[in-house]
Design a protein around this ligand. Structure first.
Ligand code: FAD
Ligand code: NAD
Length: 469
């Protein structure tokens, strides 16, 4: 590395960090991005969103070829799984994405400093280079985008063989006969879906009395019913108190969350998916005087600035949903703020998608939140059983639910279960971003026959006038 002085140093090249670095370079800054992994893209591209979605896509195809095609009059012979080829598809998808970021860094003249960064003071970073040695670099501003890491439980030490995190679960070399998911959240249900489709008997052990606790209650309930129909078993209000790894697998001891009689569950693999924690290990924040909040996240103000002027933080390492697109939006916003512009993130319009089959997607407030805030709202709901395209696809599970302000009709929240709702949520996010009303959606022409018509019908239903139900 020739230069040691920059306008901006970004620490971490996940979706928060790499987007911030590129946006800052677009705005004319000389940018260094320090990343200690051998490839760019962070958790998301290397071990998170991208490999998990590649496996979800591939296992969906296996499931459809095995069980879904006969109803369309398509006869297939014996369907066989080639797990090695499926994993190769995942690895190729990851590589094309991580290589893509390396290309974008070159194109935008962002300098990738390969190593582990330590903040040594305002404007000062020391990098333990992957190639050996240390490099001190300086800049007017620093953005911390170091992301998050798996939360582990003392009773379930992760060995990535029998007791795995999501990182182990995307790289199993054979299909387990059985798998227990500890945690019925997003990672558990997505990775559990992959291995269930490939043949594992999957059981969810969840501490709370419902799965996907952050989601709208109706979505959680419907999703649990659908997953149960697919063969997933649920042990809700249950906690794991011990685990013994044996030659054949793992013996888990569980008991009711409120206390009571313990029982054991024998399983091949345990996936621990009880959340993620902000990652600030070995970053030197204490010595640099950068304050953390009560949950160990880097504390920031409304402009992403920490208590130390010139040091900012974004993404999973700060408050807010741990989502790649939230990190990306913050990356762009903070680069613009540093450049003297008015970067901004609208936290009321951040979509969330769970890539199970069918998918769940939501944006804005849940019914539970609106009730808690004493906001009067109207509900418009439309089931996919009444949508022509969904019928043609044999994908009629699920619904679209639009929550609109009772007085102004403004869209406050949208919650969906159904085919491709992860794509449909874009329209609703835009509606919320634009301050749109249910009537705006209802009066917008939607192509026929598409799944988007279910969105329009739900908007019509807010005013009690759906056509097709
Ligand atoms: P990260 O992506 O975690 O990147 C941080 C980077 O900083 C890492 O590469 C790390 O090596 C580097 N780093 C840390 N400390 C240092 C240091 N001291 N020096 C140098 N480098 C350092 N989100 C979605 O929106 N959609 C999904 O479908 C989705 N699926 C997921 C599936 C799984 C299995 C997992 C685990 C997560 C998933 N997420 C998903 C969450 C998403 O991955 C994160 O929200 C996102 O990656 C956060 O981005 P980030 O830039 O804040 O941090
Ligand atoms: P999560 O917060 O979604 O779910 C964790 C679940 O574990 C919760 O239901 C919680 O009640 C339960 N739990 C906590 N402690 C437990 C215990 N001791 N025993 C049993 N259950 C327990 O967390 P996750 O699934 O690990 O995912 C981590 C993060 O990654 C999430 O914040 C999510 O935003 C992100 N992610 C997003 C996507 C996506 O957007 N599609 C996919 C994967 C991950």
């Amino acid at each position: 590395m020739s230069d040691t002085q920059f306008d901006l140093i970004v620490i971490g090249a996940g979706p928060g960090g790499y987007v911030c670095a590129i946006r800052a370079a677009q705005l004319g800054m000389k940018v260094a991005c320090v990343e200690k992994r051998e490839t760019l893209g962070g958790t998301c591209l290397n071990v998170g969103c991208i490999p998990s979605k590649a496996l979800l896509q591939a296992s969906e195809k296996y499931e459809e070829a095995s069980h879904g095609l006969a109803a369309f009059g398509v006869k297939v012979g014996k369907v066989e799984l080639d797990l090695k080829a499926m994993m190769a598809h995942k690895d190729k998808t990851v590589k094309s994405n991580t290589d893509g970021i390396a290309y974008l860094f070159k194109k935008n003249k962002v300098e990738w400093v390969k190593g582990a960064a330590k903040v040594t003071g305002a404007g000062k970073v020391s990098v333990a280079l992957n190639a050996g040695g240390t490099q001190d670099i300086t800049a007017k501003n620093i953005v911390i985008a170091t992301g998050s890491d798996v939360v582990s439980l003392p009773s379930l030490p992760i060995d990535e063989k029998r007791i795995v995190s999501s990182t182990g679960a995307i790289a199993l070399t054979e299909v387990p006969k059985s798998m227990v998911l500890v945690g019925g959240g997003v990672i558990g249900l997505e990775m559990g879906s992959v291995w269930q489709r490939l043949g594992a008997k999957v059981t969810v052990v969840e501490f709370l009395d419902r799965i996907m606790p952050g989601m709208d209650g109706e979505v959680s309930k419907q999703m649990q019913r659908i997953l149960q129909k697919q063969g997933m078993a649920f042990e809700l209000s249950t906690k794991v108190t011990g685990a013994k790894v044996t030659a054949k697998g793992v013996t888990l001891t569980v008991e009711p969350a409120a206390g009571g009689d313990a029982k054991t569950i024998e399983t091949d693999i345990v996936l621990v998916a009880v959340g993620r924690r902000p990652y600030t290990d070995a970053l030197g924040l204490k010595d640099a005087g950068v304050a953390l909040d009560d949950k160990g996240r880097v504390a920031i103000d409304g402009h992403f600035q920490t208590n130390v002027p010139g040091i900012y933080a974004i993404g999973d390492v700060v408050v807010g949903p741990m989502l790649a697109h939230k990190a990306e939006d913050e990356g762009m916003a903070v680069a613009e703020i540093i450049a003297g512009q008015h970067g901004h993130v609208n936290y009321d319009a951040i979509p969330s998608v769970v890539y199970t089959w069918p998918e769940c997607a939501s944006v804005g407030k849940t019914e539970e939140q609106l009730k808690g805030e004493n906001v009067a709202y109207k509900v418009g709901k439309f089931p996919f059983t009444a949508n022509a395209r969904a019928r043609a696809q044999n994908n009629t599970d699920g619904f679209v639910k639009i929550l609109a302000d009772a007085t102004t009709d403004r869209v406050l929240g949208v919650h969906m279960v159904g085919p491709a709702v992860g794509e449909l949520i874009g329209e609703l996010t835009l509606a919320i971003e634009f301050g749109g009303s249910a009537e705006d959606i209802a009066r917008t022409c939607h192509a026929h026959p598409t799944l988007t018509e279910a969105v329009r019908e739900a908007a019509l239903a807010v005013d009690g006038r759906p056509i097709h139900i």
